[in-house]
Design a binder for this molecule. Structure first.
Ligand SMILES: NC(=O)C1=CN([C@@H]2O[C@H](COP(=O)(O)OP(=O)(O)OC[C@H]3O[C@@H](n4cnc5c(N)ncnc54)[C@H](O)[C@@H]3O)[C@@H](O)[C@H]2O)C=CC1
Ligand SMILES: O=C1[C@@H](O)[C@H](O)[C@@H](O)[C@H](O)[C@H]1O
Length: 348
């Protein structure tokens, strides 16, 4: 596809994320337009299509993927629906940017990895947007420069003011902690081998039955330690912090300056971003701009991805599966993953 031609995109699931993605493709990023909108709620699909010049509603998600006026697909549907929709994209030979998580269990993610490998192309990008955030890329560059020495320990905090109704304890692992799983793999360039989830006293202000906060401990292939506090009902604001401690120094992102105290409504002499849309707006924009570019040149190379791919989605799902098991017992659980080399294909 030439650079002058617009990539024609179907967006499936136009809730919070999907509607934002339609807006960024239509109004913020060049080189693409939304031609098809689909949502389980027809009224919602119609509402978003009406705001999007040139977009039409297609009622069935699989018809939307297969549509002739669609070159590539964005999936912003809930995690449990991703497997079938991603496989349909592969079946149609269409590049897809699938919001995280790739799927909600390791087996289905592995099925996807293998299906993509069998095609001999890289068609799947997973929406781990932190890899495109300026602070995370600076931290990664610093680690790779060697200035911190060998990183030994990573500390993370991931706090949300609130989560949608129906969010349960396992979703804190699969929907929220999954970002720390990807960040760990991205920053340290190795797989996570075990997970332990510790359950501190639960927030009495959280919806009943939710174990929140949770503390996750990861061990990596070379024995490095990562801990992550995930607390998704703070009632305060959106905070994502990562500190890497190396043999020659340490570095932290996610704080503007020395933070003293944080309470409602989220002010401490500066501003804490209220949600992921504000904190990671730049990252989503960069992620989409780079994906659109990669898809346009993909036909020449067979690589339609610029960022985390199906393997990264599978690795994250496998770690989260171990995390969910550990959530039940509090014990350390080994991550059960196939060897990357055993999955022949373009993601290698
Ligand atoms: N990268 C990030 O920072 C974030 C990623 N997400 C991910 O984005 C995805 C969507 O999350 P939200 O926008 O927060 O959810 P949402 O609930 O606001 O939107 C989901 C939409 O999908 C529709 N839908 C449900 N089943 C469908 C199906 N089978 N086919 C078509 N449409 C269907 C719903 O009607 C709804 O409009 C999830 O995978 C979530 O984990 C969500 C928030 C932030
Ligand atoms: O992906 C996201 C949500 O789905 C998840 O529920 C939140 O915990 C994360 O902070 C956000 O980035």
């Amino acid at each position: 596809m030439s650079d002058n031609q617009d990539l024609r995109i179907a967006v499936l699931g136009v809730g919070i994320m999907g509607a934002d993605h339609v807006d960024r493709i239509t109004n913020k990023i060049g080189g693409a337009r939304v031609t098809v909108v689909n949502d389980y709620s027809l009224a919602r699909a119609e509402e978003i299509a009406a705001l999007t010049p040139g977009a039409r509603v297609v009622v069935d998600p699989f018809d939307a993927i297969a549509a002739e006026d669609v070159d590539a697909v964005v999936l912003a549907t809930p995690g449990p629906t991703h497997e079938k929709q991603v496989l349909a994209c592969l079946e149609a030979g269409k590049p897809v940017l699938c919001e995280k998580p790739l799927t909600t269990d390791a087996d289905s993610s592995l099925t996807i990895v293998k299906a993509e490998a069998a095609l001999g192309k890289r068609l799947i990008q997973v929406g781990f947007m932190r890899r495109f955030d300026h602070e995370y890329t600076q931290l990664k560059d610093l680690i790779d420069s060697g200035d911190l020495g060998r990183p030994l320990v990573v500390h993370c905090a991931h706090r949300n003011p609130a989560v949608p109704n129906g969010f349960d304890s396992a979703m804190i692992v699969k929907d929220s902690l999954v970002h720390e799983v990807d960040v760990t793999r991205f920053l340290l360039d190795e797989e996570i081998t075990s997970v332990q989830i510790i359950r501190p006293a639960a927030n009495s202000l959280a919806p009943e039955g939710i174990q929140d906060p949770q503390i996750a401990i990861f061990e990596t292939e070379s024995g490095r330690h990562v801990d992550a506090e995930v607390f998704v009902t703070t009632g305060v604001a959106y905070e994502v912090r990562t500190e890497v401690v190396g043999e020659l120094g340490s570095a932290m992102i996610g704080l503007d300056v020395g933070l003293i105290r944080k309470t409602k409504p989220g002010n401490w002499g500066g501003q804490i971003t209220p949600g992921f849309r504000e904190r990671f707006g730049q990252a989503y924009d960069t992620e989409f701009a780079r994906w659109i570019k990669a898809v346009k040149i993909g036909a020449g190379t067979g690589n339609y991805v610029d960022g985390p791919g199906a393997w990264d989605g599978y690795a994250a799902a496998a770690v989260c599966a171990a995390g969910v098991k550990s959530l039940e017992t509090g014990q350390r659980v080994a991550v059960d993953m196939v060897a990357r080399d055993s999955v022949a294909g373009p993601q290698r």
